[in-house]
Design a protein around this ligand. Sequence first.
Ligand SMILES: Cc1ncc(COP(=O)(O)O)c(C=O)c1O
Length: 377
Amino acid sequence: MHVGPVDIYEEVLYAGLKNNVGFTSEEFVNVFRDSLKGLRYLFQVDDTYQPFIIPGGGTSAMESVTSFLTKGDKILVVSNGVFGDRWINIFKKYPVEVDYLKAEAGDYVSIDSVKEKVKQKHYKLITFTHVETSTGVRHPIKESVKEIKDYVDIVVVDGVSSVGAEEVKAKDWDVDIYLTASQKAIGAPPGLGLLVISENAMKHLREDNIAGYYLDLKNWLPVMRSMEEGKAAYFSTLPVHTVFMLNEALKLIQDEGIENRVKRHEKVAGAIRTGIEGMGLEIVAKRPEAYSNTVTGVMLRKAKAQDVLSEIVKEGVEIAPGVHPSLQGKYVRIGHMGWVTPNDAIITISALERTLKRLGEDIRVGEGVRAAQSYLT
Ligand SMILES: Cc1ncc(COP(=O)(O)O)c(C=O)c1O
């Protein structure tokens, strides 16, 4: 029950057990082409969007967005926590002007304040984080984009903790760049950054962009296009085995169906939150409409976060530390993404109850499991 990497299906791991598969082999090219198609399904876009699979992960996908910028461009970062702030840290490394709006821990920046800001100044690019992994807060992407799209050129959404578990409709919502990583709700190993890019954004992929060499998507574009046509291409060696595993994970997602997958995540997340509240604890996300399908932050009153993490492992469950600086040591995070089931929710709540009781936290033992159980039935 970590926030990523998550449990990986054996079929997915086995798919990577290939000896000596060259990146120019027909086998690899076919799998790469299928994975690009799989991304279109995952992000709900059509052929007007260009998919990219690049080495790295969420951060390489984020940094590759500099490919759409030129010197002096103005950017607005909408940050709800640690991963929103990561955008600011990335852009500070480049010759662009960065403004930001920040929410308090557990909240998200209101649509009105984003709208006010984009009306004051013309921004070339704006970034949102769909689910802020540091707090478990989900941003209302569809509603926000609708309000601000007329004022900015390129809308970017970090879906690292949402894609594969939350409703994501990049095209319908008019998002220009939606990105994620392989190791979270997709259920593949870490190692890949995944993006889909609108025609509108692709027009901004210029020769004089400010990206470095490796993450300049202009260098990767011919590889993506060629692979889609079934022809091998090289810019830099791709993590061949990880792509085989990604492709298998994407196939399993298509078999389950994205809507069913979102519903399953919703159910498990709901059971976990009901269990947390049932035992008498608070959730980090302040507004219920911002509860996410993938991460739940749990506030602690007495127990130390570090003790909870090391003790709950002894009960057979691994959860994650809280990482938001203003709540340091005061909360833990439960990840519920990938192939999580209602049984995982019950086991987690029950292990957490025993652990917290032992650590002297004032909770209603048994009430969490009872609440989660009745939620599920
Ligand atoms: C919302 C979000 N964005 C970006 C990242 C960075 O991804 P990576 O660690 O794969 O570079 C993470 C990682 O957890 C994340 O949760």
